[in-house]
Design a binder for this molecule. Structure first.
Ligand SMILES: [Zn+2]
Length: 290
């Protein structure tokens, strides 16, 4: 199996933690196995939460842990000058225009908490150009979506109800994550996407979106959704869990090998001292199609 390009796509809204490193390790090792280049894509559209310190932490952590990337920004300055998502706003606006032309978007004035509750939205006939409205998709949950997987067996499914009428443009006029992520993957020509299982529903939302974006190659991507590193059983590591941030562990004197060993132990994987060793059993398992 051969690929051209995959990506690691952290959001600089907290310090990178053990769970991020596991995902990056699997991505980098799988890229090496399949001839793909790794693009570092830093998702900084959520300007309210992004800080320069978190952006620097991404570079510091990747260097410290020896996780390589071949494309994208070399450092924080290069990032802000050439690779910030703010510089790709015309691409996102073009995609939003395509969605508007599809006739599938509607304007919604519901608050964030109204959106979070499962109650149906009754917003009707609000002009799309009205200030302060979000744009949502009219979703059809009977349309078949195909996820191409690493094991070679495609998965056929439909858009889950968790993604009912999902937001594509936020109230501030910025594209929502699902839209910017698909647009970026098309723009950078990825053909392999590695992400945690927590993003499964997002993958389906993105495949659904890509159908409405003429010329999108997103559905051709091969996906690998890896298991998540959890703290307590069943609880996803949060960015606020300071004691799992790499920055904290470094300050405690941990070396890269200690961090890989810690992740391996938490994941129930064989002992590992670098990203390749950590990822090897995960990749074998994925390629075997189990
Ligand atoms: Zn609404």
């Amino acid at each position: 199996m051969n690929f051209s390009r995959t990506r690691i796509a952290p959001t600089p809204s907290g310090f990178l933690h053990l769970g991020n490193v596991f995902s990056f390790a699997v991505t980098a090792a799988l890229a090496e196995r399949t001839g793909a280049k790794v693009l570092l894509r830093i998702d900084d559209l959520d300007q309210q939460r992004v800080t320069p310190e978190y952006i620097r932490d991404i570079f510091d952590t990747l260097h410290f842990l020896g996780i390589p990337w071949q494309e994208g920004p070399a450092n924080a300055e290069d990032f802000s000058q050439h690779y910030s998502q703010l510089r790709r706003m015309p691409l996102y606006e073009n995609a939003l225009e395509q969605l508007r032309n599809s006739g599938q978007v509607f304007a919604c004035a519901c608050s964030r908490s109204q959106l979070a509750s499962a109650k149906p939205c009754n917003c009707n006939n609000i002009p799309l150009d009205e200030p302060g409205v979000s744009w949502r998709l009219r979703t059809d949950h009977s349309i078949s979506l195909t996820v191409q997987t690493l094991s070679g067996k495609p998965i056929q499914t439909t858009l889950p109800l968790s993604m009912k009428e999902f937001v594509v443009r936020k109230k501030d006029g910025f594209p929502a994550y699902q839209l910017s992520s698909v647009t970026d993957d098309d723009h950078f020509h990825t053909d392999l996407i590695v992400r945690g299982q927590d993003l499964w529903d997002s993958t389906l939302a993105q495949l659904y979106l890509a159908r409405l974006l003429p010329g999108s190659s997103f559905p051709k991507n091969i996906f690998f959704h890896h298991t998540l590193l959890t703290d307590d059983p069943g609880r996803k590591l949060s960015k606020s869990a300071g004691d799992t941030s790499i920055r904290y562990l470094r300050r405690e004197g941990r070396e890269p090998g200690d961090i890989y060993a810690l992740i391996a132990s938490r994941m129930g994987l064989p002992a590992a001292g670098n990203y390749r060793e950590l990822a090897a059993p995960v990749i074998e398992h994925a390629l075997s199609g189990m």
